[in-house]
Design a protein around this ligand. Sequence first.
Ligand code: SF4
Length: 374
Amino acid sequence: MTTNRALAGAHRTGTRAGGAGGPEEGSSLRTRLRRSEAVGLGGDDGARSARSRPGALGEPEGPAGGGPSQALQSAGAPPRGARPGDEQPGDVRAGGGRPLGPGGAAQAQGGPLGLDGAPQPFHPAGGAPSAHCPASELAIAGLVPLSTVDWPGRLSATVFTQGCPWNCHYCHNQDLIPIRVPSKVSWREVRDLLSRRRGLLDAVVFTGGEALRQHACAAAAAEARALGFEVGLHTAGAYPRRLTDLVAAGLVDWVGLDVKALPEHYPQVVGRPRTGRKAWDCLEMLVEAAGRGGPDFEVRTTVAPGDVTAEDAYEVARRVHAAGARTYALQQARSEGARADFIAVAPGWDAACERLAARIEALGWDAFTYRPAS
Ligand code: SF4
């Protein structure tokens, strides 16, 4: 997610108020590494980014990440028989254990409830991480020690988690989709970095891949909180129950949510069946939660030439607005990091996107951002 500082100059149409952000899928790990360095704030850590070692997706600020971890190889893997993208009972809980925060999955449709059944404010004291799925099991593909682009207005360390249940045709982080890939960075290295950066960084942003795919994400968020950092999350909305539990537990302060398509067109975009309502359910939950002190959030939609969403994007944005979201970004898909056969440009594409952005901006947002591909 961007800070306005980093990307405002690239926006051909305006950010009206504070919007911006590096999209979960719109900004590849490699691209974001460069951006972090480009703003000149990366310092020593930024200089030791993944780019300095060809082939590395992301490199820890400290010593090179450990080798294959037996624990990490199984972290977040779906239960036997589960299909990619299936959300299992237990969500951010581990192994069917108790919910992380007050209420847990009981709030799947509306946030935490008090003893009297009345809705309670979000951001309670914070849930306890599960002992069954500790942060040390988080499979991490890369770590950006200092990013100005992953959470609007925050200096963050950004953790790229490995694995995603979806397979969007325009995905910029293809390397992060496979599930059974050994971690390149240990959580201990992330913790060490955070410990050294107290007072210098505001936040930790978990992105991917799909960060919520791994149950250990909740424990990692809790540890980041305990170290004094705010927690940001990029999610494609593949796990609405897990997101609900994380929000209810007060473990996330800001969410960048992808709404990629109209519900009926989701399978075309993400390459998986039965995906149509997941992100839209996340949106409804976040709107409702925000009304009770829940996390701020930005909704992002990506368009690519010939993609069904290129036709529907205005309607997607209109429904997002009607649902109550007030921070929105339209972004062009990029070719970098995408599949070799993905085509990100077409005659007249840029102009069409700018016209689309103008129409969407006119819906009226507190913050609107257009992110062109270049
Ligand atoms: S495949 Fe996963 S990581 Fe890639 S754009 Fe889609 S949801 Fe994001």
